[in-house]
Design a protein around this ligand. Structure first.
Ligand code: MLT
Length: 266
């Protein structure tokens, strides 16, 4: 599948299918490439658009200071650039979920539904912020490969590590290919993101919360919290998957999203 770019040149994306837009936002420190198992599989249900956040993959970096709000605004610019006026379903995994929740706060009228995968609403605590600073220093000194090696054990579930080593290779390859500047900017954006919890009660579109049963970074308990706070949200746990549920068990992940799109009438 070939990379495309918006006419303004800012955002690189992959596209498959037609109909209701489903925009997918990647996790950290990855790119739109992590959605390859979703693109063709969901193309029969929606117009699937997987975007690169600022600086990742083929997208241009931030126009101003990095923040999850600026990431969300870039997604809105992306919709404008493609002249997509109808409300879209927005889905994000982990960091992509932080961006999706920021989009819901800032561009609610452009939403038809939300998919929140392996993510959470709360902000970083002091320890989390200090770890972001350590990782910024690490990526600046040692580069992206070292960062993805450090993260990999937490990204995948034990079952995946034991039975599907190709998934680890794929995540490693995507992470190692990202520019150090994009990784450092995303770390700053995540470190400084606000607590999204107060905005959850204002979400008024249908929401699917998906989580890998073995997710060590944003465990099922975090998904349950989202599910309780967002009116009518459905929580689906994917057995045997970790934090990268869409890559670890694409069939179960795609089935959950397909069923959700079906309920929306897509
Ligand atoms: C991600 O997968 O996007 C990250 O684990 C998010 C984070 O570090 O908070």
């Amino acid at each position: 599948m070939n990379e495309r770019r918006t006419p303004d040149g800012k955002t690189a994306y992959l596209e498959a299918g037609t109909g209701r837009p489903l925009v997918l936002v990647h996790g950290f420190p990855l790119s739109k490439a992590m959605w390859r198992p979703q693109l063709d599989a969901l193309a029969g249900s929606a117009r699937v658009l997987a975007v690169d956040l600022p600086g990742f993959g083929g997208s241009r970096g931030f126009d101003g200071p990095p923040s999850v709000e600026a990431m969300a605004d870039r997604v809105a610019e992306f919709l404008d650039a493609l002249q997509i006026r109808e409300p879209a379903v927005l889905g994000g995994l982990s960091m992509g979920g932080y961006v999706t929740l920021a989009f819901a706060r800032r561009h609610a009228a452009r939403l038809r539904g939300l998919v929140l995968a392996d993510t959470k609403a709360d902000a970083d605590d002091d320890t989390g912020k200090a770890n972001r600073d350590k990782m910024i220093a690490l990526v600046n000194e040692s580069g992206p490969r070292v960062v993805i090696e450090q993260m990999l054990p937490k990204l995948l579930g034990a079952d995946t590590v034991a039975r599907r080593p190709a998934v680890a290779e794929e995540v490693r390859a995507i992470g190692a290919a990202q520019p150090a500047a994009a990784i450092a900017d995303a770390l700053r954006a995540m470190r400084d993101r606000p607590d999204a919890t107060p905005g959850l009660s204002a979400v008024s579109v249908p929401t699917l919360v998906v989580v890998g049963e073995q997710d060590a970074l944003t465990p099922p308990m975090k998904a349950e919290e989202l599910g309780r706070a967002i009116r009518g949200a459905k929580v689906q746990v994917i057995p045997g998957a970790g934090h990268m549920a869409n890559l670890e068990d694409p069939e179960a992940f795609n089935a959950a999203v397909r069923a959700f799109l079906g309920r929306l009438g897509c």
